[in-house]
Design a protein around this ligand. Structure first.
Ligand SMILES: *[C@@H]1O[C@H](CO)[C@@H](O)[C@H](O)[C@H]1NC(C)=O
Length: 285
């Protein structure tokens, strides 16, 4: 797919950011994207300012019934932040530029750190369901196939034409996350590894899982990478956390099947640990 230009002009992102700044006094330095079943983090904020996506000028709106989505400004553990409760997935049919629209708005709001969370399937045999994985690196499969959110005209006010990705996941923030996990008794279910994004919405075949393992991926999911690419382009520091909600099927004789209900059930259980971890981490930034 070729885009003549990027879908949105600099002024459009600016319109959204200016409107938000006129509506809230919050000036967060940290933005958090809540993954599937991890929206509870936004509920933990104090002094909330809530904006349903449909009320924010030029902001993408969810087409899926029951997935309204909202931007929540407030204080987490005393620190100002903004949470995306509900993200835009490529598999829902959004253009890749639409998926990442909020990240550039965060940048224009003055955000410096982006925390991304997601639910992912474990590929690494030593991972268990319920583990939390700190993302060390990613494999951008849609990018391999021409779906990179930076394709099209480059806007230098956001970043350079050919941005570096070898340092996508901030080393200092990762060290801080590991330290926090240890301090709060999460060490026994805390991993660090590589997240691979596929477009979805199908779960992986057995052959695909085996291929991804050989490529060096530890978990697989259907989000996060486009947002990280755009965040790094405009200089945001990134921290990523995956909750392992299922183990992928790697054996042809297995009668197990990936299903969304299993994912939601596990997420509910460990989501609280993950949310607490992020809240404790924020107070160290
Ligand atoms: C799987 O995870 C373990 C524990 O984090 C790690 O040591 C190993 O390198 C990972 N990869 C593979 C292919 O086992």
């Amino acid at each position: 797919m070729f885009t003549e230009a990027s879908l949105y002009s600099f002024e459009e992102y600016q319109d959204t950011a200016k409107w938000l700044m006129s509506q809230t006094k919050n000036r967060p330095k940290v933005a958090i994207i809540c993954g599937s079943g991890l929206g509870g983090l936004a509920e933990m904020l104090d002094d909330k300012n809530v904006f349903p996506y449909k009320d924010i000028p030029r902001f993408p709106t969810s087409t899926v019934v029951g997935h309204e989505g909202q931007l929540v400004f407030g204080k987490l553990n005393g620190h100002e932040c903004v949470c995306m409760q509900g993200r835009f997935h490529f598999y829902e049919g959004y253009n890749i530029h639409t998926v990442t629209y909020p990240v550039r708005v965060f940048f224009l709001l003055g955000v410096e750190i982006l925390i991304v969370t997601n639910a992912a399937g474990g590929l690494n045999g030593s991972y268990s369901v319920g583990d939390i994985m700190l993302i060390k690196d990613h494999i951008n499969m849609p990018g391999f196939a021409g779906q990179n959110p930076l394709c099209g005209h480059n806007e230098p006010r956001f970043g350079v034409r050919f941005p570096c990705m070898s340092d996508a996941y901030d080393r200092e923030l990762r060290a801080l996350a590991k330290e926090t996990a240890e301090e709060h008794g999460c060490g026994s279910f805390f991993q660090e590894g590589v997240y691979c994004m596929l477009a979805g919405p199908t779960y992986e075949t057995v052959a695909e899982c085996r291929a991804l393992q050989k490529l060096g991926a530890d978990v697989v999911g259907m989000s996060t990478v486009p947002e990280v690419v755009v965040a790094r382009h405009c200089g945001l520091r990134v921290l990523g956390l995956s909750l392992i909600t299922n183990k992928v099927v790697i054996d042809y004789d297995s009668s197990e099947k990936a299903n969304h209900e299993e994912v939601l059930k596990t997420t509910k259980h460990r989501a609280t640990d993950l949310q607490r971890l992020i809240s404790q981490l924020i107070s160290k930034l």
